[in-house]
Ligand binder design. Structure first.
Ligand code: C2E
Ligand code: CA
Ligand code: CA
Length: 662
């Protein structure tokens, strides 16, 4: 029984198939040294050729041909293998090449065995037998080490050579040959032991290597690939591939609310969420896809396939998988993800380009408000290139004199005269022409340039306003970053007023509510100091975003500007009209001046007027104009004729209503 077990253990070992990666490497080793196969073939041909010349036996001529065909076949197989570049994960291809190696090796070994047996029986007791004995035994001893990586091949080879030879020697039935036959039997057994030892050694080295590799290449928390491993895998996948029409897609995943979860519920909860994200990505990935964690809450899925559509589907499945809540203990957490991906033909794709494009797509997804999937397009790259170009050129725009200010009057429709002018920044790019502040102000903010540009705007606007009639003030826009970055905004403002000579009451600073949201107590302190110096504070873009009526109570605003989109909706939306009416009443009670921005039509003017809004800005009155033009017209009436007529009519209607009421 034990014998049987042992036998079956040997059998299992012989035919055992190691795990794919090891099997691939072992098979790869079989095709690794063509020189030894070439040398063995040449040696066999020489020996058989010599024997044929010595014996004149036609059988050896046939054996010679058989060796030649086998040698050519095996050399050809090596050449084809080297060109095949099959994937390490391709089990079928690995098995096929292993079979081919086995057929080649067994054919050669069988031929050696046959040659030995035939030679010993057909040409006894001479030089031919001596030659054959030496060569066959040398072959048996030597071959065990070459193919030890696949025992089934090497043991098969030794058996195919040794058994026919042993039988032939035994059949000679004299003492010397029987001893030789026994010797070869012992040699056979010891070769099995050697094969086993070599094979075990290879396997244990391999598993140790895999363990070390797993520590170095796996993310400890999720057991996904880490960044280093991912780069290596991608490099292998992309380098030197034949044109198969395959595409490769890189899907970048950034968790949207992971930081909040981590900060609020602690690292253990954060880790549990990340683990679960890893599991979900693994379950979405198909065989052959690679999943990696490349940063705190950043993951990557690589899809290689025939079909770009498959990548889109995978990106959507990833998105859907991460949209579901994460259960940690008794709590459910909604995390969500932003996804950017790029697809490229596998042949010719570079790692840098793929990552860059997927990164740009992810950036767009985040810019678009997160929770989006964006596929990289040429237009995205173009936008990025333009952004980089503008960011670079912006550094020199001020010193090159490319920046200027235009001024848009804020008009009192009752008098038709300007009461204030808003300074608006313009950038005339030497190559790209006029760039909108909507485009370049955010760039100036991200680069921090807004601080120096903002100081220049303040200084230029105050200098200019000094040329206007003394009852007209100037409004300057402040960005959130100027609030945060400038160590002492108040002293900059006070110094600018002092150096330009503009009275503080003629300066209005326009801010948006983003300043108030970020650090409201610091913002209130700064605004109060500015107010104490006599500077007016205006809340810009009111009616959009999160602006709330509570701000009016909490911060020292002297003016509020109703956002352009909101003012324009007064035409079409009765609800908006009602809200504006309400704001007008509230601000009047609080003695805060209300300004309607973006007034473009007479209808808007009339409705605003009826609500008692007597400060308006918009194309109906005047577009933003260069300083010299504003200087010429600022003393006189600003409103266009149409505007003035409407204002007159509105005033008369209001008067009539007042009289009727009293
Ligand atoms: P904003 O502060 O809301 O400025 C008003 C914008 O509305 C200006 O656009 C102005 O030209 C436009 N506008 C005025 N009346 C009308 C109208 O009747 N119809 C329409 N459709 N538009 C009208 P502009 O000059 O392109 O400025 C855009 C934004 O850029 C400004 O919005 C402001 O947020 C920012 N910005 C401009 N100059 C500066 C600056 O010196 N510093 C800072 N931080 N931001 C600035
Ligand atoms: Ca403004
Ligand atoms: Ca505005």
């Amino acid at each position: 029984m034990q014998n049987l077990l042992y036998k079956s253990a040997i059998f299992n070992w012989l035919v055992s198939i190691p795990e794919q990666k090891l099997r691939f490497e072992l098979v790869d080793a079989l095709y690794g040294t063509p020189k030894s196969i070439f040398a063995a073939t040449i040696a066999a041909l020489s020996v058989v050729g010599i024997i044929f010349a010595m014996s004149d036996d036609a059988v050896f001529a046939w054996i010679f041909c058989a060796f030649l065909i086998t040698g050519i076949g095996r050399t050809l197989a090596i050449t084809l293998y080297r060109r095949s570049h099959h994937d390490i994960d391709d089990k079928a291809a690995t098995a096929l090449w292993e079979r081919r190696a086995l057929i080649g090796a067994w054919s050669f070994a069988g031929l050696v065995g046959f040659t030995g047996a035939y030679g010993v029986l057909a040409h006894p007791n001479g030089n031919i037998e001596l030659l054959i004995n030496c060569c066959v035994m040398g072959y048996i001893a030597g071959i065990s080490s070459r193919n030890a990586s696949r025992p089934i091949i090497s043991i098969g080879q030794v058996s195919l050579t040794a058994f026919p030879f042993m039988i032939a020697l035994w059949m000679r039935a004299d003492l010397v040959h029987v001893v030789l036959a026994i010797f070869i039997g012992v040699l056979f057994l010891s070769i099995i032991v050697i094969c086993r030892a070599v094979f075990d050694n290879i396997v244990s080295r391999h598993s140790a290597f895999r363990r070390i590799e797993s520590i170095a290449r796996r993310d400890a928390l999720t057991d996904l690939w880490n960044r280093t491993a991912l780069f290596e895998i991608l490099e292998n996948r992309l380098s030197d591939v034949p044109d198969s029409g395959d595409t490769v897609a890189l899907i970048l995943i950034d968790l949207d609310r992971f930081k909040d979860i981590n900060d609020t519920f602690g690292h253990q909860t954060g880790d549990a969420v990340l683990k679960e994200v890893g599991e979900r990505l693994r379950s979405v990935a198909r065989p052959g896809d690679e999943v990696a964690r490349v940063g705190g809450d950043e993951f990557v899925v690589v899809v290689v396939g025939k079909d770009a559509e498959q990548s889109r589907i995978t990106a959507e499945r990833v998105f859907a998988a991460l949209a579901n809540p994460f259960q940690v203990g008794i709590n459910q957490h909604f995390c969500g993800a932003s996804i950017g991906y790029a697809i490229a033909p596998r042949q010719g794709a570079t790692l840098e380009a793929l990552f860059r494009n997927a990164d740009l797509a992810l950036y767009e997804a985040k810019q678009a408000g997160r929770g989006q999937i964006v596929c990289h397009t040429f237009a995205i790259s173009e936008r990025y290139d333009r952004r980089v170009q503008l960011e670079h050129d912006l550094q020199f725009a001020l010193q090159n004199g490319e920046m200027s200010l235009v001024y848009q009057p804020i008009v009192d429709p009752r008098s038709g005269r300007a009461i204030c002018c808003e300074a608006l920044l313009r950038w005339n790019h030497p190559r790209l022409g006029a760039i909108s502040p909507i485009e370049f102000i955010p760039l100036a903010e991200t680069t921090g340039l807004i601080v120096s540009i903002g100081s220049w705007v303040l200084h230029t606007a105050c200098t200019e306003a000094n040329q206007w009639p003394t009852d007209i003030s100037v409004a300057v826009n402040l960005s959130a970053l100027q609030f945060r970055r400038t160590t002492d905004l108040v002293s900059i403002v006070v110094d600018t007023l002092a150096s330009t000579g503009l009275p503080a009451r003629r300066l209005v600073l326009e801010i948006t509510e983003s300043i108030l949201i970020e650090d409201s107590s610091a913002a209130r302190a700064i605004l109060e100091r500015l107010r104490d110096h006599g500077v007016g504070i205006s809340l810009d873009d009111f009616g959009t975003g999160f602006a709330s009526l509570a701000y009016l109570n909490d911060f020292p605003f002297s003016k509020i500007k109703i956002d352009r989109k909101f003012s324009q909706a007064i035409d079409t939306s009765p609800r908006t009209a009602a809200i504006i009416g309400g704001i007008a009443k509230t601000t009047r009670d609080l003695h805060i001046e209300l300004i309607a921005e973006g007034v473009e039509t007479e209808n808007q003017l009339e409705r605003m007027f009826r609500f008692g809004i007597y400060a308006m800005q918009g194309f109906l009155f005047c577009r933003p104009l260069p300083a010299d033009e504003v200087r010429k017209m600022i003393g006189g009436p600003i409103m266009s004729v149409v505007g003035r007529r409407t204002a007159d009519q509105a005033r008369m209607a209001a008067d009539r209503r007042r009289k009727a009421a009293s």
